[in-house]
Design a protein around this ligand. Structure first.
Ligand code: HAX
Length: 438
């Protein structure tokens, strides 16, 4: 058994017993209630999910197992002489709640490298798709195609004790995470680079190897990829991709099926697709106004977007109420490596101009930028211009968080998710009955 797997079992299995006892003892304690508005508000703010890997505060932003992004940039292991944290280390932290050593990260790297070979039929499935298929659709298809190797699905079919679910899930999670960069790089090279593929370099870390297979071998791009894959990894449990993983996984769909479903959610423009939409929106603005729009011109383009009943991509959030620290981390990276980049400076101008305009609408709850407002400009700086691919990069990263959470779901024996829905008729009758008695 690998070190990480043993440490996870030592931690998770006793905790599952402790939590079961805690719920038995305290299950009747009332913690909240719901209103009529809640029924229509997309469950925002309703506490009904358990996610251990990260927690989001609306003003401060995300903490991964208690650590902010600036803290992670300091504390997670880096390659010797490196400046950005390694995402494998974040996976370890999310899984165990402890900071890894560099050796722990090397262990994960070696383990994932052994599992990374993608079965040929996955590439054949991709090759059967028209080249114009959106990269996120290809990504979802590829993850479903990888499912043929699910050891959880195979073991379940043969019959396993529920106490062992976590074990098979662990194997699937590690194999899936090991293969995702290869699959994603294949989609990129197939779609945009003449089907000319680049073999993995096992000497590189997970993020740098991904950059290498995509065809971006500059050291600075490796750094960007490490940072990118860390900051997009998790955002507590209620966002569409994390929640979908948990929901689909709660039916004991294996990690492949759960992640493919999550990626279909990430592919929505209000969620992960916003990163491509930001660049598309800026390009459209440049086409209409010119390469280097002034602040006044940007302001009127934002007004026009709102008047046309469209969203300004990269701004707003269902939980956050301040600038997303993931935006700030990327801005800091840009200030270090590309302070004079034209597109990056447009992103910064939008940051200056957009919040007061959005706030003045009186209805947008969060006028500040989210993670997607900045990421595309960084990629474009290095010549990574195929913006329809950007959400796949997000997906590779998001897999780290949601797969760590799924593993906890199975270790804790969390049940099928099945919230109650009601009809409008039910609501009207219940409200009328309540009013009559008050
Ligand atoms: N531009 C224009 N209108 C916006 C807006 C924006 N950036 N953000 C919110 N609104 C509008 C909503 O559409 C809603 O309008 P209606 O009442 O007419 O339906 C109103 O303001 C209230 O919305 P809200 O309560 O502030 O926001 P929600 O929690 O409903 O939605 C969203 C949060 C992120 C979906 C929203 O802010 C949005 O659409 N932003 C633009 C798309 C985007 O950047 N998405 C990425 C979010 C981060 C993420 O998940 N990354 O993957």
């Amino acid at each position: 058994m690998s070190n990480l797997k043993k440490k996870f079992a030592d931690k998770a299995l006793p905790l599952a017993v402790e939590i079961r006892n805690f719920v038995k003892e305290n299950g009747d304690i009332v913690l909240g209630n719901f209103t009529v508005e809640d029924v229509y508000a997309g469950q925002k703010g309703i506490i009904g999910l358990l996610t251990e890997t990260s927690l989001l505060d609306s003003n401060e932003g995300i903490r991964f197992r208690g650590y902010t992004i600036p803290e992670l940039r300091q504390l997670l292991p880096k390659v010797p002489g490196g400046t950005e944290p390694l995402p494998e280390g974040l996976f370890y932290l999310m899984l165990l709640g402890e900071l890894p050593t560099y050796d722990d990260v090397l262990d994960i790297q070696a383990n994932w490298a052994e599992r990374a070979e993608v079965p040929a039929h996955v590439f054949a499935a991709l090759d059967a798709m028209p080249i114009t298929t959106h990269p996120m659709t290809q990504f979802s298809i590829a993850i479903n195609a990888l499912q043929t190797d699910s050891v959880f699905a195979k073991a379940y079919k043969e019959g396993i004790n529920k106490k062992d679910y976590w074990d098979y899930t662990y194997e699937d999670v590690c194999t899936l995470l090991a293969r995702l960069p290869n699959v994603a790089a294949y989609i990129y090279r197939r779609t945009y680079k003449n089907n000319e593929h680049i073999a993995a370099d096992p000497k590189l870390d997970w993020a740098a190897n991904f950059a290498h297979m995509l065809g971006y071998d500059q050291n600075e791009f490796y750094k960007l990829m490490r940072l990118y894959l860390v900051i997009h990894a998790d955002h507590e449990g209620g966002n569409v991709s994390a929640h979908t993983t948990h929901l689909v996984g709660s039916a004991l769909s294996d990690p492949y099926l759960s992640l493919a479903a999550a990626m279909n959610g990430l592919a929505g423009p209000l969620h992960g697709l916003a990163n491509q939409e930001v660049i598309r929106w800026i390009k459209d603005m440049q086409e209409e106004i010119g390469e280097d729009p002034t602040e006044e011109q940007i302001a009127s383009y934002i007004q026009k977007t709102l008047t046309e009943g469209k969203v300004v991509p990269g701004y707003g959030h269902a939980v956050l109420r301040k600038t997303d620290p993931r935006f700030t981390a990327q801005q800091e990276f840009a200030k270090t490596y590309m302070p004079d980049d034209k597109l990056v400076n447009i992103v910064w101008k939008i940051y200056k101009v957009a919040p007061p305009i959005l706030e003045n609408t009186g209805k947008i709850k969060n006028p500040w930028p989210n993670v997607d407002a900045h990421s595309g400009a960084l990629l474009l700086h290095y010549g990574f211009a195929e913006y329809e691919f950007y959400t796949v990069l997000f997906g590779v990263s998001r897999a780290l968080g949601v797969m760590a959470s799924l593993l906890w779901d199975r270790a804790l024996g969390l049940p099928l998710e099945r919230p109650k829905s009601v009809t409008y008729e039910w609501l009207k009758n219940t409200v009328a009955a309540k009013k009559a008695t008050s």
